[in-house]
Unconditional design. Structure first.
Length: 608
């Protein structure tokens, strides 16, 4: 059988790390090969929409109260999108104070309480770090506006003198990436009323990009890391990790950037060099120095703290640079998320992901949904199943949510069968579809406004969760208020409606996560399943790594652990397949009857 992935074996600190695996040439840190971030299931909480202790917006107390849901789901950790002080122009990814909690979400004491309650329940906590830009309400940016051109305060951002817009860069949310100070809505009557300088904002004009050539910016973020590490967080998800360093010449560039699936280089004009220039604002080599610096900071703390990169970087070998042994620990695998529902594409992305990450001894992550993309229970029910348009509007072609959910469950079971770390997005365990008919008047995503409504934006995947079928607002908040409306059909998807129902999506997730943990599938040796060569399936075999056979991660070495079974994972697409002789179904995403695994189904098989 063709090996697909071999897990990392324990190592002592070594200075003999191969040059390809070390970014600095310094000694690679030791690994047990079993650190939590190598194999965990991590659940993304979007605080605005998880649970509220009062009012239409979710908050930290609401999260703390509902943490037992995550324990019961069986995940290892949660990652929270930002809950810091923020004007909420981009759902909190516009931070005005990195060391405090926005009053809408609670207090710093609520954050500490949430972290300690999570730890009591055996859940690790990852928080979001937004280092590419601040809010325009951050004290640094206010000081920069007030201090005027040429001031050291402006050196923390990218201010430029220029008669015309400084270059042709586009904001990822639409429009130019430059804003002239005097064009700001707060300019009239202010000291900067006539200020002609421009500043760079790769996202909204309320999110000015920081200048990482300035040592003060480095010091500030090391201090922010320490602030939250001291409060016990287990890691950071690093927002736009590929964006911090810009080509200082700020050259024009003709490519396009899309959220999540990344950069599309422009075709070279006739007669020009065939290689179009790399994006000057993304994936510059200098970012790696920052992550080596942060790795050192985390390493000074007990307990395997981790960094995960949100970096829209392709190909996977380029992305793997972010997770070399002395940099970050994980990077989101967006190539997997962006893949179409197609066996050949998925096999290819699985193989290239393992090849790239295994070469640097990093875990591969697997993710299907997050707060920036159409939920996979709807995406996989559309004509085009890859990562595509930004949001769905009432007048757009609507997804087939029955087909979407069938495939989504198959995709999830495939994902949970893979070795490495898995990210789940809140509500996918309930089978929530995208809200695809939200009225435009309720939309909040800056992408909707900056594209003049051409992009519907991300609000449809951010609708408050349904907890109780018969409570107002489905129990999201005590008074039933929700900041976005929930479709009435979500009553049957509420947590209480699905709990204990054998055929519910929620019980399916619980069982799959339980088996993954029991069998230690996160740390496994994988090989392609040769019996299915040439078929329209993704099929692989998961077995215990040679040195760990019979001793799952975390098991006490003195007490013999039960032998974990060999598991065959099979996902079907266009054709049904038969369960092979001598094997039985342990779990499947849709019922398997008379030994036939129907189309769009994943099954885990063990020996009968
Ligand atoms: C990341 C976040 C996204 C946000 C953007 C700007 O991509 O995931 O939600 O809008 O960064 O901070």
């Amino acid at each position: 059988m063709l090996t697909l992935h071999t897990p990392v074996s324990p190592s002592a600190p070594s200075s003999e790390t191969p040059a390809t695996a070390s970014s600095s040439g310094s000694a690679a840190p030791a690994t047990t090969g079993r650190e939590w971030w190598r194999h965990s299931v991590i659940y993304q909480v979007y605080p605005r929409s998880f649970a509220s202790s009062g009012g239409p917006l979710g908050d930290l107390r609401g999260i703390t109260e509902r943490l037992p849901h995550l324990r019961d789901l069986g995940v290892d950790a949660l990652w929270l999108s930002p809950f810091y002080v923020s004007p909420q122009k981009d759902g909190g990814y516009d931070v005005s104070d990195y060391r405090d909690v926005d009053p809408r979400f609670g207090t710093l004491a609520d954050a500490e309480q949430m972290i300690s309650r999570a730890h009591e329940l055996g859940l690790r906590v990852i928080v979001d770090l937004v280092p590419n830009h601040t809010s325009d309400e951050h004290e640094w940016f206010r000081a920069a506006l007030a201090a005027g051109p040429g001031s050291p305060e402006r050196e923390r951002y990218w201010f430029r003198d220029s008669e015309e817009v400084p270059n042709n860069w586009r904001s990822i949310f639409g429009g130019s990436a430059w804003t002239r100070v005097c064009d700001r809505p707060d300019a009239p009557g202010s000291p900067w009323e006539d200020d002609q300088q421009w500043y760079l904002n790769l996202f909204d004009s309320s999110q000015p990009d920081l200048n990482w050539n300035n040592p003060e910016v480095h010091q500030e973020f090391v201090s922010i890391l320490r602030f939250w590490l001291d409060r016990g967080v287990d890691g950071f998800r690093v927002d736009v990790a590929h964006g911090l360093v810009k080509d200082p010449d700020l050259p024009d560039w003709g490519g396009e950037v899309h959220m999540v699936d990344g950069v599309e280089e422009s075709d070279p004009a006739d007669g020009e060099s065939p290689a179009p220039p790399r994006a000057p604002m993304f994936d510059q080599d200098g970012v790696h120095e920052i992550y080596r610096e942060w790795h050192e900071v985390l390493a000074q703390y007990e307990g395997d703290r981790a960094l995960v990169a949100e970096a829209w970087v392709t190909p996977e070998s380029q992305l793997a640079k972010y997770v070399r042994p002395d940099e970050m620990h994980q990077a989101f695998n967006f190539a997997f998320l962006a893949s179409e529902w197609d066996a050949a594409q998925l096999r290819e992305v699985i193989a290239t992901s393992y090849a790239a990450n295994d070469a640097v001894e990093a875990p591969t992550t697997w993710v299907m949904s997050n707060h920036d993309v159409i939920r996979h229970a709807s995406r996989l029910g559309m004509d085009f199943t890859g990562k595509q348009q930004n949001g769905i509007g009432a007048e757009d072609p609507q997804p087939d949510n029955v087909l979407g959910l069938r495939r989504a469950k198959a995709a999830t079971l495939l994902t949970l069968g893979l070795a490495g770390s898995v990210y789940l997005y809140q509500g996918e365990e309930l089978g929530l579809p995208e809200h695809s008919t939200l009225p435009d008047a309720l939309r909040e995503d800056p992408a909707f406004f900056r594209t003049g409504g051409e992009e519907k934006g991300r609000d449809g995947c951010r609708v408050p969760l349904p907890w109780e079928a018969s409570s107002p607002g489905f129990g999201f908040s005590p008074d039933g208020e929700t900041w976005l409306p929930q479709p009435a059909s979500w009553a049957r998807l509420a947590v209480d409606a699905q709990t204990g129902e054998d055929d519910s999506t929620l019980e399916f997730y619980r069982e799959a996560i339980r088996l993954r943990r029991e069998w230690d599938l996160g740390i496994a040796e994988l090989a392609w399943d040769a019996d299915f060569d040439g078929r329209d399936v993704v099929a692989f075999v998961s077995s215990a790594p040679a040195e760990a056979a019979g001793n799952p991660a975390g098991a006490d070495a003195d007490s013999p652990a039960p032998q974990r079974p060999t598991v065959r994972v099979i996902t079907t697409f266009g054709e049904a397949v038969h369960v092979p002789e001598g094997w039985q179904v342990a779990i499947s995403s849709s019922p398997v009857t008379e030994g036939v695994i129907g189309t769009d189904t994943t099954a885990w098989l063990t020996r009968s």
